[in-house]
Design a binder for this molecule. Structure first.
Ligand code: URP
Ligand code: ZN
Ligand code: ZN
Length: 467
């Protein structure tokens, strides 16, 4: 049976238009002037009067079931993709992980086994290269050519776990660049951070907020700049993940102004949460907000700068870096030693809503909201035009968004497998009314209709925005 979403305002990266959306099976087949769609008995009509109709969200940075130290991020592929669906995100891209001494292909196979049959929405993988050597460089080519994996995350942080030195980074970038693939960079100077952590612990500074003090802005800025220079030498496109410092984004801005294929990503936590108000909560409460890069001081202007850089396209994407850890048994591992607190914040469910507040406050336009959360990530990571846009031929991944709703975020309402909410008490203007994944309604009017196993693995093409 065909479906017509009628009388809504369709939002795309170039603007808002009154249009009806016709869906047949898993695909969009037409966008029609209002009132021009079929309405016979064989058509299910969804009335979207007064609503926005937008592409399903594309979250290109999530960590489901990620091993970290002695524990795992708290959302599985099942619970995490269900929470994503609740929040209007219909595509997630997670990471397959290779650590020192491991084979790339083994990490990827393990990740496929964990995700297959468990996801509520479509999913793909980036590959973490944690041990750059001849074998892993060869594997990168195999993944690009045969596995639909066209992006590789490298770490300038976490020595002994995922860290690559500059020579290793350059080699991996050269391979990626030769094959048109993207390098994603965790840009923090890990060896210097480790010195600061050791010194802080030596002084007895063990509280959660010290995490941020040992990862100063300068070490994000320096690593971002260094990664941009290495990418230039290697002729490799670069995507800097989870940016929190205004000065680091300014390095990305400079590279973009010079015409480089350099892109910056930020996340809701850096737009809403801060060192003073959250990480410095009394006692151990700040542990809930430990993530890397860290939350920055609001007083230093980072939040305002990040919102501005979203508007001006100096930052290209908002993803979540969803990496949830419960307080109980997980964050608690770092009581008495902040360096043992598992790093990460959960927000896979709230990205669309939190960014929409930027529209409400006049920070970004409706079109930019959709571009940042849907279209740009799809284009950068080889999913466009299948995902990230409403047009004939695209997957019918659709959100009907009601600007008149109001919601209060918190642990009592969310669907993430998390015993707290980093966004507790935040009031949201607007809200999700309906979510469709490949033509199937998965959420409608506060009820979940999805199922695990509906989500399919997405083989990704090369980015289509590179020159
Ligand atoms: O704190 C974070 N970001 N945890 C997830 C791992 C990473 O570096 O992205
Ligand atoms: Zn990272
Ligand atoms: Zn991450």
């Amino acid at each position: 049976m065909a479906t017509l979403i009628a009388n809504g305002t369709v939002i795309g990266p170039t603007g808002a238009t009154a249009m009806d959306v016709l869906i047949d099976g898993e695909r969009i087949v037409a966008l029609l002037a209002p009132g021009h769609g079929p309405t016979g008995g064989d058509v299910q009509v969804i009335d979207a009067t007064g609503r926005y109709v937008l592409p399903g969200g594309v979250d290109v940075h999530v960590h489901l079931d990620l091993p970290m130290g002695p524990t795992f991020s708290a959302d599985s592929f099942e619970s995490g993709t269900r929470a994503a669906a609740w929040g209007g995100t219909t595509t997630v891209v997670d990471f397959a992980n290779q650590r020192v001494g491991e084979r790339v292909q083994d990490g990827l196979a393990a990740r496929h086994a964990e995700a297959a049959g468990n996801c509520a929405v479509d999913y793909g993988f980036h590959q973490v290269i944690g041990d750059v050597n001849d074998e892993s460089l060869k594997a990168m080519v195999e993944l690009i050519e045969h596995e639909g994996i066209t992006s590789f995350k490298l770490f300038m942080a976490y020595p002994g776990v995922y860290y690559s030195d500059d020579g290793q980074i350059l080699r991996a970038m050269q391979v990626a660049g030769r094959h048109g693939a993207m390098v994603m960079m965790h840009a923090e100077n890990g060896p210097a951070i480790d010195v600061l952590i050791g010194q802080a612990l030596g002084r007895g500074d063990t509280a959660p907020y010290v995490h941020s003090l040992t990862r100063p802005v300068e070490l994000e800025e320096e690593a971002t700049h260094r990664s941009i220079m290495l990418a230039k030498v290697a002729r490799c496109p670069l995507y800097v993940v989870h940016m929190s410092a205004g000065e680091a984004v300014e390095a990305v801005m400079g590279a973009r102004d010079r015409g480089a294929n350099v892109f910056g990503e930020t996340c809701p936590q850096y737009l809403y949460l801060s060192l003073e108000e959250h990480l410095m909560k009394p006692g151990f409460d700040g542990a809930a907000y430990v993530c890397s890069t860290p939350l920055r001081a609001r007083a230093d202007g980072h939040q305002d700068a990040l919102w501005r850089y979203l508007r001006t396209d100096d930052l290209s994407v908002v993803s979540t870096d969803h990496c949830p850890f419960c307080m109980k048994d997980q964050k608690e591992l770092g009581r008495g030693d902040f360096s043992k607190i598992p790093n990460g914040i959960g927000s896979i469910e709230h990205r669309m809503d939190l960014l929409y507040q930027g529209v409400v406050r006049g920070e970004i336009s409706l079109a930019r909201w959709v571009e940042l959360c849907c279209t740009a990530p799809a284009r950068l990571f080889g999913l466009y035009p299948r995902k990230g846009i409403l047009q004939p031929g695209s997957d019918a991944d659709i959100v009907v968004y009601d600007p008149s709703r109001r919601t209060r975020l918190g642990v009592g309402m969310h669907h993430m497998n998390l015993d707290h909410s980093a966004y507790e008490g935040i009031e949201i203007d607007g809200g999700i009314e309906l979510v469709m994944s490949r033509g199937t309604i998965v959420v409608r009017d506060g009820r979940y209709h999805g199922r695990k196993g509906h989500g399919r693995y997405l083989e990704r093409a090369l980015s289509d925005v590179l020159i």
